[in-house]
Design a protein around this ligand. Structure first.
Ligand code: HEM
Ligand SMILES: [Ca+2]
Length: 774
């Protein structure tokens, strides 16, 4: 790989400060008054009724596909992965979502009278957005699932389980099962509002599998490790992703999986073609199944482009520990006690019956685990991290219960408050600086303070996940993956570990997996992905695995994510947009090396066509950082919104803030300390996101880490009281300071815990050097 040409950071900084993303805005094209004559309300009603009939027809067809055993249940579906576990609530939202998107498409098509065979020109895009703008004034016909009022009166001091009421004026913002936001106006195919993006400047876009083979697959095995980043960065990155994004994917009859290969014209089908000469599948496979994400109405249910939803609470709030709604928490919490359920060995509760889709026949007697996010079993390192955080909750809950006269509910809520704060602190203090350039951390205001409160809460900022972030930029993490999972220093081929909890059942399972993470190095953040995920994703038999790079590209097109060049323009201005493939120069691929540019030019016929995931991962890293400029721009903007728009942000002084001493102690939290306090690991490097280093990142003893500043948890003083005197010999009586014992912040009785009395003269005696003395 060639060295990156040095980027002019100063110029880039100037450019990004003018970006709408920087201010938390979106770059949507907003038409003014619609100049098009829109169909009458009566016509729209007829179109809507037709769309409903069509939808019901599809449901009947799906039933047939299921009965004919073409669509199969989860465990019988090849390439099944936990991302296909769609919640029933998403399917309920899918119906109005599909109908709105379909009617909008019909109206746009009827109004403009054309289908696109090439990518949309800016004039086309403007016209379509103009029509949609006009449609906003027409009352939506279907009943809006997001119009029910939410009572936020009990959500003033603590987060709700589903993320609602974080923003008191907009209770749906950031709630689970609500639409993703967008930075850019989407670019769909068809008439431009509903079907996947399909065309480029010169016609049909290259296929996702072809692009994956040319750009994302190494001709020689890559060993482009990112020292000093440890493999823990990968695992924490995924754990964090599973706190903030899960896009629902369409399902067939009775939760079966829609089979698109062989039936490409079915609704929600978007199969990936595998070329005859594919270097891996070699004619054994000609298609990879790919099912479109479910649709959802937007929050006001107006006619709109197709939108996708997030099943999780969008905020960083520990939902990967607690779930993203009341039902999930009820499944995970230990009754109404303050603690979370665990199983033998203080592990996560077992997934019985097997809802996570793990194939028990492959590991009999070793059920998978339940956690706040359904994908927790996808690799054992991820399950270990979920386990550590459940233990952290229980550790804190035990302390709070022992030291405060609180009900279990109050203990639970406060423990959750501390756990989410610790996770947020680790995200902003330890994780983000490993991937973002210090300048991006600084200008986006992402660095935690060293003292005092953060006063930047802004109720106008949407703490909502952006589609470009979850569907492209934050998937950079896929390039961190290695060919192996490490259990201590034992290697296990990655694809044998998908949805396989076996390692966690080994002695020291959690410890072995965790040590395996921080004692190895991540793969470099670049366009190359290990063949374990580009050929064998969820493989259970030869050639039945998938290609994650191709899925990411296809998912981007499914969601109407505009091409890379549009994002570059939004972040840095049109001066950075490429019109040719020349590397490292303005007018060409300014952010790409010659090697990357040459691969991109073999894959695409014009730079304006490049998919965001592909060209984004292929960018040169910013000097002194691990990510390229465009992904840095998206990721920094997203984490700024999740900070500024979160009323409960841990450093914030707005809603039920921490006391200053609590906050200062949270600021001492490190991932290393959380690992030490909740596992049998006894020593590790101070910063587990970096590999150990004898000078800059020494291995330290866990006792030293945990003895340092402890988390300052609330404690209501309860002072000790004496038991009655009990005669221990003819002349001596004894009493203990255990009635009650002093709690962590209470005083012991007169400074001692046991007292002796001489019965003859009623003198109290002290125990000194093993002898009783007056
Ligand atoms: C450990 C191995 C991993 C596996 C097997 C895996 C697998 C997957 C799969 C199958 C999808 C859904 C693809 C689609 O159909 O659109 C996905 C989505 C995603 N992955 Fe990964 N992934 C892994 C690690 C990571 C890491 C390390 C990160 C980030 C640091 C990450 C970030 C994401 C994101 C943001 C999405 C989109 C989630 C959504 O909105 O639904 N993944 N991953
Ligand atoms: Ca969340």
């Amino acid at each position: 790989r060639q060295k990156s040409p040095v980027l002019d950071m100063e110029r880039l900084q100037g450019a990004i400060k003018n970006s709408p993303l920087f201010n938390g805005d979106t770059l949507k094209i907003e038409g003014e008054q619609s100049k098009f004559k829109l169909p009458s309300v009566e016509t729209i009603k007829i179109l809507t009724e037709e769309a409903i009939v069509n939808f019901n027809k599809t449901e009947q067809e799906n039933k047939k596909f299921f009965e004919e055993k073409i669509d199969k249940p989860n465990l019988e579906t090849p390439m099944f992965g936990p991302h296909l576990l769609t919640d029933l609530r998403s399917l309920d939202l899918n119906k109005p979502g599909q109908i709105i998107a379909e009617v909008t498409e019909d109206i746009v098509q009827a109004t403009r009278g054309k289908q696109e065979s090439k990518s949309l020109s800016s004039q086309d895009r403007f016209e379509i957005s103009n029509i949609i703008q006009g449609l906003r004034r027409i009352p939506p016909l279907p009943r809006c699932p997001y119009s029910a009022a939410i009572d936020c009166s009990s959500a003033v001091n603590f987060r709700t389980n589903d993320g609602s009421c974080n923003n008191l004026a907009h209770p749906y913002w950031g709630k689970s099962f609500t639409p993703l936001e967008r930075y850019l106006t989407p670019e769909f195919g068809g008439a431009g509002t509903n079907l996947p993006r399909a065309n480029g400047v010169f016609g049909v876009l290259p296929g996702a599998r072809e692009i994956s083979t040319i750009v994302h697959t190494a001709s020689v095995a890559p060993d482009n490790l990112t020292r000093p980043l440890s493999y823990f960065v990968m695992q924490f990155g995924q754990f964090l992703d599973h706190d903030i994004t899960k896009t629902a994917i369409s399902k067939g009859y009775q939760d079966s999986n829609i089979q698109c290969c062989g039936n490409p014209l079915r609704r929600n089908c978007f199969p990936i073609n595998v070329p005859v000469g594919d270097p891996f599948y070699m004619g054994n496979v000609d298609c990879l199944n790919f099912v479109r994400s479910t649709a959802t109405p937007n929050l006001d249910c107006s006619f709109d482009y197709r939108q996708q939803l997030n099943e999780l609470t969008h905020y960083i709030d520990g939902s990967s520990v607690y779930g993203s709604n009341d039902n999930e928490l009820a499944q995970l919490r230990d009754g109404t006690t303050a603690k979370m359920k665990t199983s033998t060995g203080n592990k996560l509760p077992l997934d019985i019956p097997n809802d996570s889709g793990c194939d028990l026949s492959l590991h009999p007697h070793q059920p998978c685990f339940l956690a706040g996010d359904k994908r927790a079993n996808v690799v054992p390192g991820l399950s270990s991290l979920h386990t550590i955080w459940v233990r952290e909750h229980n550790r804190i809950a035990d302390y709070l219960k022992a030291n405060n006269p609180w009900t279990d509910e109050v203990v639970f809520k406060n423990a959750r408050k501390f756990v989410s704060a610790e996770i947020q602190h680790i995200v902003y203090k330890e994780f983000l600086p490993k991937i973002l350039h210090p300048l991006f951390m600084f200008i986006f205001g992402l660095n935690p303070l060293s003292s005092g409160y953060f006063t930047g809460y802004n109720p106008n900022v949407k703490g909502i996940i952006r589609n470009e972030f979850s569907t492209a930029a934050y998937r950079f993490g896929h390039s961190l993956l290695r060919d192996h999972t490490f259990f201590d220093s034992t290697l296990h081929t990655l694809h044998t570990q998908f949805n396989n909890p076996n390692l966690l059942y080994q002695p020291q399972g959690i410890e072995g997996c965790t040590r395996g993470l921080y004692s190895h190095t991540s793969q470099g953040i670049d366009e190359l992905l290990t063949p374990e995920i580009t050929n064998k994703l969820f493989q259970t038999a030869p050639f039945n695995g998938g290609d994650l790079a191709a899925f990411n590209i296809q998912r981007g097109r499914d969601h109407g994510i505009p091409p890379y060049s549009k994002m570059v323009e939004a972040c840095f201005g049109s001066g950075y947009v490429a019109t040719n493939f020349n590397p490292g120069v303005f007018g060409g691929l300014i952010f790409h090396s010659a090697t990357a540019a040459s691969k991109l030019s073999s894959a695409y016929s014009h730079p304006a066509d490049m998919d965001l995931f592909t060209a984004g991962t292929a960018e040169n890293r910013l000097p002194g950082s691990k990510l390229g400029p465009t992904f840095s721009c998206i990721i920094a903007s997203q984490f700024k919104a999740l900070k500024d728009g979160d009323r409960f942000f841990y450093e914030s002084n707005v809603a039920n803030p921490f006391t200053t001493s609590e906050l200062n102690s949270i600021r001492q939290t490190t991932m290393a300390r959380v690992i030490c306090q909740n596992t049998d690991i006894t020593s590790l490097q101070k910063d587990v996101f970096y590999r150990e280093n004898p000078i800059t990142n020494k291995i330290v003893n866990c006792n030293d880490i945990t003895a340092l500043p402890p988390l300052k948890l609330p404690c209501t003083p309860e002072h000790g009281g004496w038991t009655g005197w009990v005669r221990t010999s003819k002349c001596i009586a004894r009493r203990y300071c255990t009635n009650p014992p002093p709690n962590d912040c209470g005083n012991p009785c007169f400074g001692v815990s046991t007292q002796f009395l001489c019965i003859h003269n009623h003198a109290t005696l002290q125990l000194s050097k093993g002898k009783l003395q007056i």
